[in-house]
Design a protein around this ligand. Structure first.
Ligand SMILES: Cc1cc2nc3c(=O)[nH]c(=O)nc-3n(C[C@H](O)[C@H](O)[C@H](O)COP(=O)(O)OP(=O)(O)OC[C@H]3O[C@@H](n4cnc5c(N)ncnc54)[C@H](O)[C@@H]3O)c2cc1C
Length: 303
């Protein structure tokens, strides 16, 4: 089967693109490696997506998926490992299968950054987590630390403060990227202790995380904290390994493309957090998905 539009990634950008493609009567396949809905399903509460005063990320992601499904979206689970363009069609490969399409929309989003510390990989799932709303409950009444200074880190702390005995917030600066209101709220929580101007430099534990060593970057003082869990929230990096030899990437590893979502390869479009841009939100991801689908439809009609 030769699809009209093949979308890689079933997050808000990919699902918005699917909805627009399907409503234009195009055949659409979406390949997703993990969960339809994308990263927003990790969020307990979304309060800035127009039309919903308050909705859980899981509910929002699921309704985007259901809307595309009802319109006739075809779906496959699997990680796309390769995209090739041969003559006028694209060949998209997962580990087990290959698919053919006239156009491709890359909507692979982003993933959390790691600390790159020795022992980090060994301790993932054994005390180290990158998603407080997914794993927080495992640490009920325990002692945890959160690293980061953006909205995700502060939201993680607020969530964990209601669940855990003690929460340490470790941040490398003494100012926050997070919204001031959120930081103010966090400062009112009695079981949260701030370690500012500090970085984690060592993770201790064999079968599970036991202690972390943090260092103050101003006075070099080291402190060892006993923790049951550590939540890393230090930012995200675009999922572009798959296309690093195919399309132009910017220095931050996002795909170079302007608002038209066109890449340097004809018929290949890019939408959502994976595209080079300043603001990464649901509204900007779904806007990109819309544009990419319209561009793909236009391409199909003119080629
Ligand atoms: C905890 C949290 C809370 C947030 N809260 C808000 C909020 O309140 N408001 C707001 O506007 N935004 C929020 N965001 C940001 C918002 O979720 C993102 O901007 C949005 O999800 C980006 O959508 P996307 O489709 O571009 O990427 P993603 O949501 O990252 O979706 C990409 C999808 O592609 C899949 N994928 C990746 N690589 C491959 C591959 N090789 N093969 C197949 N599939 C692949 C991934 O599994 C994923 O499902 C939040 C993010 C997080 C993590």
């Amino acid at each position: 089967m030769l699809y009209d539009i093949l979308i890689i990634g079933g997050g808000p950008a990919g699902l918005a693109a699917a909805i627009y493609g399907l409503r234009a009567n195009k055949s659409v396949l979406v390949i997703e490696k993990q969960n339809f809905g994308g990263q927003i399903i990790e969020s307990k509460n979304v309060v800035n997506y127009p039309g919903f005063k308050e909705i859980s990320g899981m509910e929002l992601g699921s309704s985007m998926y259901e809307q595309a499904k009802e319109l006739g979206m075809e779906e496959k689970y699997g990680e796309v490992l390769e995209i090739k363009k041969e003559a006028s069609k694209f060949i998209v490969k997962t580990k087990k299968e290959e698919f053919y399409s006239q156009t491709v929309i890359l909507a692979t989003g982003s993933k959390t950054k790691m600390l790159d510390l020795e022992n980090e990989r060994n301790l993932i799932g054994k005390g180290i987590s990158y998603c407080a709303t997914c794993d927080g409950a495992f640490f009920k009444d325990g002692v945890v630390a959160v690293i980061g200074g953006g909205n995700t880190a502060i939201e993680d702390c607020l969530y964990l403060a209601n669940l855990c005995q003690k929460v340490y917030l470790i941040h490398r600066r003494d100012t926050f990227r997070a919204e001031a209101k959120k930081v103010e709220l966090l400062k009112t929580k009695k079981n949260v202790e701030f370690y500012l101007d500090s970085v984690v430099e060592k993770l201790i534990g064999k079968d599970s995380l036991e202690e972390i060593v943090i260092q103050n970057v101003k006075n070099n003082k080291k402190t060892t904290l006993k923790v049951d869990g550590l939540f890393v929230a230090i930012g995200r990096v675009a999922n572009t390994t798959l296309v690093e030899n195919l399309i132009n990437l910017a220095s931050d590893r996002t795909v170079e493309a302007d608002d038209s979502t066109k890449t340097n390869i004809e018929g290949l479009f890019v939408a959502g957090d994976v595209r080079q841009k300043k603001i990464r939100q649901l509204t900007t991801a779904t806007a990109d998905g819309t544009i990419a689908a319209m561009m793909a439809i236009n391409f199909l009609e003119n080629n």
